[in-house]
Design a protein around this ligand. Structure first.
Ligand SMILES: Nc1ncnc2c1ncn2[C@@H]1O[C@H](COP(=O)(O)OP(=O)(O)OP(=O)(O)O)[C@@H](O)[C@H]1O
Length: 256
């Protein structure tokens, strides 16, 4: 293999009572890829995200991150291991400033312990200044630097999505997992989002993306897995996936 594998997931299953939400889902994401997960409503996409980010315990499944066994446990541990995610429904600290929201993400990687913060040691003050600086740079990178001191809930919807991405990037993830980042966006915001994701990929990041906008996904992703009723029905490059009869049937079936 010429590229290096970032995340290798094998045979993930998850049952909720009588409902088999995921069964036998395997996928391999190479470093630097934008990898898409698509499928009709209820196909299991978010459940899969919740499993790999430690919110749900799978019934079966094995995981390897950057060549090492990885066991998704508590979300904080997942962030430390190098996976950051955003949620379908925006989860920001609405009453904090835009800058503070990103600073929270940075704290996953900080060295100072709580005593340093309480007693305001010089090292803690220096680190805090570095965090502010890094957070501002991330805001500039995602295109909302001028709103740093604004209260987060006063941002437009599209900019709140950008802020979530900046906060996730602040944890210095190896994998950025985005759950429907374009949901509720207008056409202009979607174009902006697409440009941002391409820019993040150009920085060397790897992205796992759930999205309903199939056109956006086909244009953006290097590879895709399609789920239907919790099972993978197709995997490959967009040009092949969109011709796959099982995929066409799953989408037509869902809309008729
Ligand atoms: N905590 C839970 N308890 C019980 N059932 C659940 C739970 N979470 C998800 N499910 C069920 O699992 C199935 C898969 O849901 P999931 O949200 O993963 O699908 P999805 O592909 O993300 O859908 P959408 O595109 O609508 O967000 C659905 O039938 C859902 O109702």
């Amino acid at each position: 293999m010429s590229t290096s594998t970032l995340l290798k997931i094998a045979d993930v299953s998850k049952r909720f009572g009588g409902l088999q939400a995921l069964s036998g889902v395997s996928l391999t994401i190479e470093q630097g890829q934008i990898y898409g997960l698509i499928g009709p409503n209820g196909a299991g996409k978010t459940t899969f995200f919740n499993v790999i980010t430690g919110l749900y315990q799978p019934d079966t499944g094995s995981f390897e991150l950057a060549g090492k066994p990885y066991s998704p446990s508590a979300p904080h541990e997942v962030a430390k291991a190098g996976i950051a995610r955003t949620f379908q429904n925006i989860r920001l600290f609405g009453d904090m400033t835009v800058l503070e929201n990103v600073m929270v993400g940075c704290h996953v990687r900080t060295k100072q312990n709580v005593f340093g913060a309480v007693f305001r040691h010089k090292a803690a003050r220096d680190e805090e200044a570095a965090i502010k600086d890094k957070s501002q740079k991330l805001l500039d990178f995602v295109g909302i630097g001028k709103f740093a001191s604004r209260t987060a809930r006063h941002l437009s919807y599209g900019d709140q999505r950008r802020l979530e991405i900046a906060r996730a990037l602040a944890t210095e993830p190896q994998l950025l997992a985005l759950d429907e980042p374009a949901a509720g966006m207008n056409a202009t915001e979607k174009i902006g989002l697409r440009e941002l994701l391409v820019k993040i990929q150009a920085e060397g990041k790897t992205i796992l993306l759930i999205e309903h906008d199939v056109k956006l996904m086909m244009g953006l992703c290097n590879r895709l897995t399609v789920l239907d009723y919790g099972k993978p029905i197709a995997e490959g490059v967009p040009a092949d996936v969109q011709k796959n009869p099982a995929v066409i049937e799953a989408y037509l079936g869902a809309s008729h």
